[in-house]
Design a binder for this molecule. Structure first.
Ligand code: TRP
Length: 456
């Protein structure tokens, strides 16, 4: 069972893997979800907990996920089954792969709708609709969009078609080329936005909002805030559902898993922090509400584009790059199910990608209708889209993460993980990872869960 390549193809180089995995990690989670979630929980304290979760839980689990993927070289379900057998454990571990498919399905269904908002904003920016608008006008543009199911459906459909096209072609061919220049471009443009925010917005206020932890602000909802910070770490790093696992399965056996993981996690975190630094100065300078929810970036950035010289150009560029960032993330959500369909049902990639895409598309319709026609229907006070967003990030992904940690740290034999991670000469690093994956990461997630449901 020591296959060295995957039947679905391989990354052409280590750089290709880093770009693809960073492409998966960097997406709407950084630019859309991080600012609005941080805003909902009052900023600084949330950000600090988030950073702690990335370092102590996210990084060791990402290493474990890549390691399992590379060792199994199949879709997450079959990888887990094969590795469990190899390690003499129960084949029920494949359940982890199934849970990941469900999570990926739910995430992509709403992710595609939000990506649709982003595409709609490319058009609005280009048409000069943001010229000179204030907070109220920005809010009106946003509300008009989400109140229009047909428009939302059109964009959601276009985005899903784009995803299916790339996944059908195979991950390595289309994706690698796209990510190579889009990622750096997004990064540069975010820096431009931060500079702009520094010149015209309340930059000192934004810095303080993000980096001065005020634990009192977490207040009565501290447990939930900590849970959401952890959930955001899982979501942003693409962990806990098999996306990074399957990307690991296309990685060659020599590449250093630890080094790659650190690079991916650092880039992902930098993009999130830059997005926060671009957005909160504008929020504060315009007297907007940081906790206004998923519409936050769509109600703040247009104000900036409407005021800056060349705003229509920068606005189009920014939303186009965000669409690409979302695209390179979304395909990683689709890939595990597609690989499974190819492996187990013998489908061609085209057929598998189409089938998975149509299924996600249908569920996405429920998400977009929850914004308007079905807005009266809520569960735990949330509509379908918000509910999928909340439950996947805060429950399913961390749960998947714990199972990955337990498998990698307790079920897998020490010599298996030692050999696969190849930290060999660096006994200290390996021991550090093992400590984190066996104790800190699982205990951390479980304590956060217990605390959030009030049992602690
Ligand atoms: N990490 C991506 C983002 O921040 C979203 C994403 C892609 C994802 N693949 C994932 C989230 C797998 C969870 C699991 O936008």
């Amino acid at each position: 069972m020591s296959t060295t390549t995957s039947l679905h193809g391989m990354w052409s180089s280590r750089l290709a893997f880093i770009l693809a995995a960073t492409g998966s990690a960097v997406g709407l989670g950084n630019v859309w979800r991080f600012p609005y979630t941080a805003g909902e929980y009052g900023g600084g304290a949330f950000v600090l907990v988030y950073l702690l979760c990335v370092a102590a839980i996210g990084i060791p689990i990402m290493m474990a996920e890549i390691m399992l993927g590379r060792r199994g070289r199949q879709s997450p379900i079959n990888t887990m089954r094969a590795l469990a057998r190899q390690e003499g454990a129960c084949s029920a571990w494949q359940f982890l792969g199934w849970m990941g498919i469900v999570a990926g399905f739910l995430i992509l269904s709403f992710y595609s709708v939000i990506a649709g908002w982003t595409m709609a904003y490319v058009v609005r920016a280009g048409a000069g609709q943001f010229q000179g608008i204030d907070g109220e006008a920005a809010g009106a543009i946003f509300n008009a969009l989400i109140a229009d199911p047909e428009r939302l459906l059109a964009w959601h459909t276009i985005f899903m078609v784009l995803c299916v096209l790339v996944v059908a072609r195979g991950v390595a061919s289309g994706l690698e080329k796209a990510v190579r220049f889009l990622m750096p471009a997004l990064f540069v443009l975010l820096i431009v936005m931060v500079i702009y925010a520094a010149q015209t917005g309340d930059f000192a206020g934004g810095m303080a909002y993000l980096f001065k932890p005020d634990f009192a602000k977490l207040g009565a909802h501290a447990g939930e805030a900590v849970l959401s910070a952890m959930g955001q770490a899982f979501f942003s790093l693409s962990l806990g559902m098999g996306a990074i696992m399957i990307y690991g399965s296309y990685l060659n056996s020599q590449a250093s898993i630890g080094q790659n993981t650190v690079i991916i996690a650092v880039m992902d975190t930098m993009v999130a922090l830059l997005a926060g630094l671009a957005i909160f100065p504008i929020v504060l300078a315009n007297g907007l509400e940081p906790g206004s929810g998923p519409g936050l970036i769509f109600q703040t950035l247009p104000i900036a584009f409407g005021q800056m010289p060349g705003g229509a150009f920068f606005g189009v560029l920014f939303f186009v790059l965000l669409v690409f960032a979302a695209w390179t993330s979304a395909i990683s959500l689709l890939e595990p199910m597609v690989a499974w369909l190819v492996e187990n049902l013998g489908f061609s990639r085209v057929r598998a990608a189409t089938l998975a895409g149509v299924a996600v598309w249908l569920l996405g319709i429920a998400c977009l209708l929850s914004l308007n026609v079905w807005s009266g229907f809520t569960l735990f006070g949330k509509g379908i889209l918000d509910l999928f967003d909340y439950v996947t990030a805060n429950v399913l992904l961390p749960l998947g993460g714990v199972l990955i940690a337990v498998f990698a740290g307790w079920v897998m034999q020490r010599r298996s993980s030692e050999a696969e991670l190849g930290l060999g000469a660096n006994a200290v690093l390996y021991r550090g990872w093992r400590l984190l994956i066996r104790y800190i990461a699982p205990a951390g997630v479980i304590l956060v869960f217990l605390n959030a449901i009030g049992l602690l």
